[in-house]
Each structure stands twice: as C-alpha cells, then as structure tokens.
Design a protein around this ligand. Structure first.
Ligand code: CS2
Ligand code: MG
Length: 406
C-alpha cells in the first residue's frame, strides 16, 4: 500500500481546520486532523514542506515505523506543531488500514468494549439561572453529564461563556483579527463558583454528573480551596485547575481535596503526563489524538494511565475537526479505562457540507456506524468555498493589566 500523494487543506467552515489526505497507489485515501487553534498555518506548512516529501513511497501499512520516523527521526522531539503533524499522519494511516481491511478503526484497536461513548455536554450562561436552564436542555435530551460554566459577576467575558457577539466565532475577533482580551480576577471567581454548583445540586439532585473547567487560572493552593469548596457537590471532575506545565502541581491539590482532577488538553506526548499519572495525582487524562500524536500516541498514554487508575476524557472542543472527534470515538469504544468524552457538537450546518461523519447521539451517548476506517469523508470542493481566516484565542489579563493564563 505505497503512499503516492499527500495533500494538506486549510479551510474555515465556521472554524479553521487543517486536514491531511494521504493517497495510496491503489487509489485509497486516509484523512487526518492537524488543527492547532490559532496557529493553523504553521502546522500546514510543517506538513507540506517537511513531512509530505518523506512519506511518498512509504508503505502506509507501517503505522508504527512512520510514527517513529517522524518522532525520533526529526531529532526535535515533541512540540505542538510537530505532534499535531504526526497526529494527522497517524490518523490518516489508521483510516487507510481500516479501509484496506474493510473494518472500522476500533476493530483494529481490539474491538468494542462498550455499546457507545458516554458524552458530557457544555452548559453556559450569563447567570446561574441561565446556566442551569442550558443544562436542563441537555438533561432533557438524555445527557447524563454536563459541564457548567457561568459568567463571573463583575468580570467582562468569562472562559466558556459566550456573549451575544461571540456566538459567531469570527465576530469575537477584533477588526484586525488580533487576540481579544478578557479580564480575570481569581477572588471574584473563587467567591462565586461554589454558589453555581450548590444551585445545580439543589435543582438537579444527584441525577446528573457535573463538571467544570477552570481553564488554567489558579495556583495549586487556590485550586485546592476550590476543590474543597466543591466537595459537597461531588463533581465528576474539575478540569485544568492549574496551568499544566508543572506536573507536581496536581499533587499539591490532591493533598487537600477529594474532588477528582482532569488535565491534559495541551499535552503533546506521554512525557508531558507521565509523572502525574504515576503519582496518581490525577483521575482523568484529557489528551487529544489531534494534538498528542494521533491514535498511536493517545493509545500509548491511555494504556499507561490505566495502570494507575487514570481514565480517559479526550479533549473534544469545536476546534478539533470531525476527523479528530471520530478518532476519539473509535478510541473510546475500545479503551478499557474509558472515563467520559467531551462533546460540544460534531459539526454545524456549514461544516457538515465539508465533513461527513459516522456518528449519532442517543441519550447522551455517541453511537458509531460501522464504516471502514474512521468513517469520515471530506469534500474538497466544498472546503475550497471556505478559505482560511486568521483567528486567535483570547488572552487574559488581571485587573491591573498583568498578563494571565487564558
Ligand atoms: C477547552 C477548549 O474544551 C475545553 O475543555 O478548554 O475550549 C479550549 O479552550 C480550546 O480547545 C482551545 O483551543
Ligand atoms: Mg478545557
């Protein structure tokens, strides 16, 4: 199954997505997602200029050898751009192997461990009432787990809560398409969030799992205070309570609270999370196939995590393409230590014209059609109608102007 051609597409059907297509001499093709939000063109150039020439003529069946070639073989290991490029190649090769075998990827991984992939939805609002109303909508649809994010009183713009103009992603960018800025106050946040979860338990009782994303804003001891304050409301997990670089930080939080901890959406390799997995200072690992070396990279991390009671919660934001989401669904059907899967949506009306995907949601669970490979298709002509638009994630500043973690 020799690789004949490699194509890279950057399209913006609502969000920017980087898509890799690997074509074999037999005329089969595999698809991969290489989207790095806000830095899309860097990974596209890396794929086109540095990776594609090395792939031509290689046997697409040799997934592991190609992974090692692109990881060990480049000398410069790790890094978000390199690992997203490897991730896309790896996904495309698994897709191809599945198509060649006539089997869905989860069958190649070891088969089905469960009937579907349990999802958590996002609920957000300008007030507690509005947030709980948004959660109710998901609960009424049959979802068993919901992430709650609420605007913090006195702060203009809070992570996870869209103002009216932010509903169109590109409208939230300034006119010159530079990063929008949001203010942050740890004190205002810490004084408010326990009220949100108190109100949620009063309204929903124990009938639903509740989650929350701190989005890297706290120090370990502040996160410990929050974890303790939230214990009566028994969260499914508290996500990214601290900035993720220092693997010892979660161990500090752990000494003080039994609130389960999740982290890892910005990690690229097993080395980024090895220490906190071994120390059992986290409960859920949130790596994404798109950003952590594809299905092969994430499978290695998930297997290792399983030895230490750490379960999976792969990152599922709208800036991962339907190809990346499909990779998570196949992994989630197979992985023995499955925890939960983040679900915002698989696509929009516009992106559905570019990507078709083999998933449907029933009672808060994603069910996969048994198509060979990953099961996603990509319409190149439609993609051409939606050219790349420069966009950035916001940045945060403390109220005195100091740059903070967004
Ligand atoms: C997030 C993301 O889904 C999540 O949990 O933290 O929204 C994250 O901010 C984006 O994926 C960044 O690109
Ligand atoms: Mg997050």
């Amino acid at each position: 199954m020799k690789i004949q051609d490699v194509k890279v597409f950057v399209a913006s059907p609502g969000r920017n997505f980087v898509t890799l297509k690997i074509i074999t001499e037999e005329g089969l093709y595999g698809l991969g997602d290489a989207t790095v939000n806000g830095r899309e063109l860097a990974v596209a150039a890396y794929l086109k200029d540095h990776v594609a020439p090395c792939l031509i003529g290689k046997d697409a069946h040799n997934i592991e050898d190609i992974w090692q070639y692109l990881y060990r073989g480049v000398y410069w290991r790790k890094g978000p751009i390199n690992m997203a490029a490897i991730g896309a190649v790896d996904m495309a090769l698994w897709d191809l192997k599945g198509k060649a075998a006539g089997l869905p990827v989860y069958q190649l991984l070891g088969g089905r461990s469960r009937k579907g992939v349990t999802l958590y939805a996002h609920a957000q609002g300008a007030t507690i009432e509005e947030t709980l109303g948004a959660a109710q909508v998901w609960i009424d649809k049959g979802f068993k787990a919901v992430r709650l994010q609420c605007a913090i009183p006195g702060l203009e713009g809070t992570y996870g809560v869209k103002t009216k103009e932010q509903k169109d992603y590109f409208a939230m960018q300034s006119k010159r398409y530079l990063p929008p800025e949001e203010p942050w106050s740890t004190a205002k946040y810490l004084n408010f969030i326990p009220d949100l979860f108190k109100a949620a338990r009063e309204r929903f009782g124990d009938s639903v799992e509740l989650l929350h994303d701190v989005h890297h804003r706290l120090t370990p001891i502040e996160a410990a205070r929050l974890g303790k304050a939230l214990e009566p409301y028994h969260l499914f997990f508290l996500e990214d309570a601290v900035a993720a670089e220092n693997q010892e930080s979660c161990a500090v939080i752990r000494q003080h609270t039994t609130t389960p901890l999740a982290i890892g959406e910005i990690y690229n390799t097993i080395w980024d999370c090895k220490g906190m997995i071994e120390n059992q200072s986290i409960d859920y690992i949130r790596v994404a196939a798109t950003h952590a070396g594809g299905i092969s990279g994430v499978r290695r991390i998930a297997d290792y995590a399983g030895l230490f009671h750490v379960r999976t919660a792969f990152h599922g934001p709208p800036d991962i393409s339907p190809i990346g989401h499909a990779a998570h669904m196949h992994l989630g059907l197979w992985v023995p230590n499955f925890g939960i899967q983040e679900f915002v949506r698989f696509g929009t009306e516009v992106s559905d014209r570019v990507f078709s995907y083999p998933m449907r949601v029933e009672d808060g669970m994603a069910l996969l059609e048994d198509k060979p490979g990953l099961g996603v298709d990509f319409n190149e002509d439609e993609a051409d109608l939606h050219p790349y638009k420069r966009s950035y994630l916001p940045v945060s500043r403390l109220e005195d102007g100091t740059l903070w973690n967004w």
